[in-house]
Design a binder for this molecule. Structure first.
Ligand SMILES: [Zn+2]
Length: 113
């Protein structure tokens, strides 16, 4: 399950951040998940729960926001949301699309104590 390794790397970052800020308790964390990252939020949440259970991070809430896939057409310069992974410009039908968002996986906010 690919979410397991993602949860692991998220936890590594979280622990590192907590160390830096001398925080001992994680209340919640907000993560941005790009649509293109192919992460299933439910699976990630499930993995997160399993991996934090019994650790000092137990009980922390994982909040996720899915970031839509958007692109910019290199031909006509328009930006738009890419639906159904159709990498084609809705304005000029160009296929030279630069991805603007939707690939990210980042921790946006952490609530600690
Ligand atoms: Zn275009």
């Amino acid at each position: 399950m690919h979410e397991m390794s993602i949860a692991q790397s998220l936890l590594d970052v979280i622990k590192e951040e907590m160390r830096k800020h001398n925080a001992t308790e994680l209340k919640s964390v907000l993560v941005h998940i790009g649509q293109l990252s192919a992460i299933v939020p439910e699976s990630l949440s499930f993995c997160f729960e399993i991996m934090t259970s019994g650790t000092e991070l137990e009980g922390a809430t994982l909040n996720m926001e899915v970031i839509p896939l958007t692109g910019n057409c290199r031909k006509c310069g328009q930006s738009f949301e890419i639906k159904d992974y159709a990498f084609e410009c809705p304005y000029c039908s160009g296929t030279d699309i630069e991805t603007l968002s939707g690939q990210e996986l980042s921790i946006v906010e952490m609530e600690v104590e």
